[in-house]
Ligand binder design. Structure first.
Ligand SMILES: CC(C)(COP(=O)(O)OP(=O)(O)OC[C@H]1O[C@@H](n2cnc3c(N)ncnc32)[C@H](O)[C@@H]1OP(=O)(O)O)[C@@H](O)C(=O)NCCC(=O)NCCS
Length: 174
């Protein structure tokens, strides 16, 4: 059901491969600022990234895509799409820090949201973000998602706190 790839003006999104582990490690996996609001701690060895990629490759209800810059041909980030039942898609994304604030994730998410809502079997696409993750909330709003509210004590973001954090839930529906 999930497409093999997405393409935008500046990006190709293609399925993750085992060989991507090194690029993930180099580009963002070790970066404490990139991982600040994610559910995992920065990695310290590429073997940890290899193990993570293996999990992605075995996943049944989600697909992980690598975001590749058309200009450089290099991996610059990634994007996960997860089927969540009853016509619902969830997603997650991450971009290497040196590529931030160039409109790239807005470009990628806008394409994915457009695809999703053109599917007769998909009624909703959305995600949650830490209440302090203003960049991610803004990307989702720019891609047309609507803030639906705050989920109190929803998710642990271990780089911020060991206690569950309040998260904003955003979605686009039709
Ligand atoms: C969230 C993330 C993917 C945004 O990607 P990006 O390509 O830099 O975002 P864009 O350039 O498309 O920016 C979209 C909007 O967010 C704003 N924005 C970007 N970074 C911001 C920041 N640090 N603080 C506040 N606003 C920010 C931009 O200004 C823009 O809004 P505007 O057009 O109104 O000015 C990137 O910051 C990232 O990888 N963060 C770490 C991983 C993460 O948190 N993932 C999401 C988990 S829910």
């Amino acid at each position: 059901m999930l497409p093999a790839s997405f393409e935008t003006a500046r990006l190709i999104s293609r399925p993750i491969e085992a060989a991507d582990a090194q690029a993930i490690f180099d580009e963002y996996g070790q970066d404490a600022e990139v991982t600040r609001y994610l559910t995992w701690r920065p990695v310290t060895h590429v073997e940890q990234t290899r193990a993570f990629v293996e999990i992605c490759l075995r996943a049944q209800t989600s697909r992980s895509y690598m975001l590749v810059s058309k200009a450089s041909g290099r991996v610059i980030g990634s994007f996960d799409l997860r089927t969540a039942g009853h016509g619902r898609l969830d997603f997650g994304y991450v971009l290497g820090r040196r590529h931030w604030r160039q409109g790239l994730m807005t470009e990628a998410l806008t394409e994915v949201v457009g695809w999703a809502l053109a599917q007769p079997s998909i009624w909703r696409i959305g995600a949650v973000a830490d209440v302090e993750n203003l960049a991610s909330i803004r990307v989702m709003e720019k891609a047309g998602l609507r803030r639906e509210g705050i989920l109190s004590r929803w998710m642990i973001h271990p780089n911020v706190s060991d206690e569950p954090r309040d998260c904003v839930i955003l979605a686009r529906t039709w």
